[in-house]
Design a protein around this ligand. Structure first.
Ligand code: KG4
Ligand code: ZN
Length: 354
């Protein structure tokens, strides 16, 4: 069964062709990031316009590229698509609408089923995709514990099945990625800030600047990152009063900040694993690319026997392969949507009950 996935929730326009829900035949991603850089964040209007311009070229490219992974002579044309999966939320409404309208038009004209997919749960499901060179490895099985850390979300989830989850913890203020981006801005670094903070922190002293860890109450699985961000702001202002802050000092602030965020994410994930008894943790979203988080989580989890899965880097960023894969799994469970499918801007709480 061939699924065409479409993703347009934020600043990435993506189309992918996935076979039988696991094998990626193509995964084309166009990012409008450069157009947003000078504003220091994603500008919704610019993102929507970019999706409009690039969605059809992305779909064409996805169909064309899919041929390369098939035996010679076999092609993937629109007529070979069996299912259309599209991100329905959460995301920027103007951006989501471009993907939704394209998906509906294709499903209607090709007379094939359509399914709307939650973007956050798709990040977790990306771990279920087949990895290059590891074909034949048995697929993961639900339930799993999901940690989704991105620019818009920080969620700990008990993911019970495809598109079905219970929220165990969420951020009460800034998302983890948002905190990375804001700290980078305070320090006068580029956008997006996460990769910059990660790069500058490498091999730096994490103890010169210590930021207290917001664990909230003893048993809480929720997060709060705005306090650390504010502490970085006041620390930087204090230093600036004496003399211009050197790159070395900025790097040490980054290292102290990153250490605090990673420690909270790691400890709460282990706490959630202990409480739920789940044996596999899947980490998704842009912040899962963070090198310190990867090392810390892998190291700490190994001590408790928890298996941690980080999807490959290409699947950590927003992409349509994860949308196609989750759409396929949900369709196999008998779910599909009509042409009245609509989008939503925030994490869909109904996923907790369906
Ligand atoms: O999932 P994503 O690509 O987009 C959404 O927000 O949905 O996540 C983007 C976020 C940004 O805040 C970016 O700064 C952060 O992921 N990020 C990182 C790293 N790479 C990307 N944060 C920390 N370390 C990184 N290496
Ligand atoms: Zn995302």
């Amino acid at each position: 069964m061939i699924t065409l996935g479409i993703e347009t929730s934020c600043d990435e326009t993506s189309a992918a062709v996935v076979q039988d829900g696991r094998k990626i035949l193509s995964n084309v991603v166009y990012s409008s990031l450069l157009e947003h850089k000078k504003y220091g964040g994603v500008v919704p209007e610019i993102a929507s316009r970019s999706h409009l311009e690039t969605i059809l070229p992305c779909i064409h490219a996805a169909l064309k590229n899919a041929r390369r992974r098939l035996p010679a002579g076999r092609q993937v044309s629109l007529q070979k698509i069996d299912l259309i999966a599209v991100t329905k939320g959460p995301g920027l409404m103007g951006s989501l609408l471009v993907g939704l309208a394209s998906a509906k038009a294709l499903a209607f004209s090709l007379k094939i089923p359509l399914i709307g997919v939650d973007h956050v749960l798709a990040h977790v499901h990306s771990a279920f995709l087949e990895r290059r060179g590891r074909a034949g490895v048995p697929p993961l099985r639900y339930p799993v514990l999901g940690l989704v850390v991105s620019g818009g979300h920080t969620l700990l989830l008990r993911v019970k099945g495809p598109g079905r989850a219970e929220v165990l913890g969420r951020t009460l203020d800034d998302a983890a990625g948002e905190a990375f981006d804001k700290v980078a801005k305070i320090l006068g670094l580029g956008y997006p800030g996460g990769p910059e903070v990660d790069r500058l922190s490498r091999n730096q002293d994490t103890k010169r600047f210590f930021f207290s860890r917001p664990f909230l109450s003893q048993d809480s699985l929720d997060f709060s990152f705005s306090g650390i961000k504010t502490a970085v702001y006041y620390q930087t202002e204090r230093l600036k009063k004496a003399k211009p802050v050197s790159l070395r000092t900025k790097s040490q602030i980054c290292a102290g900040f990153q250490e605090a965020v990673c420690e909270v994410l790691t400890k709460k994930s282990l706490r959630a694993a202990k409480r739920t008894g789940l044996k596999t943790l899947v980490v998704g979203g842009g912040v899962s690319a963070n090198s310190r988080l990867r090392r810390m989580l892998a190291g700490e989890a190994a001590k408790t026997g928890l298996r941690v899965i980080f999807p490959p880097m290409a699947l950590c960023q927003d992409n349509a392969a994860m949308i196609a894969a989750l759409g396929h799994a949900m369709y196999k469970e008998g779910r599909k949507d009509g042409l009245d499918l609509s989008g939503y801007p925030d994490f869909d709480h109904t996923v907790m009950t369906c």
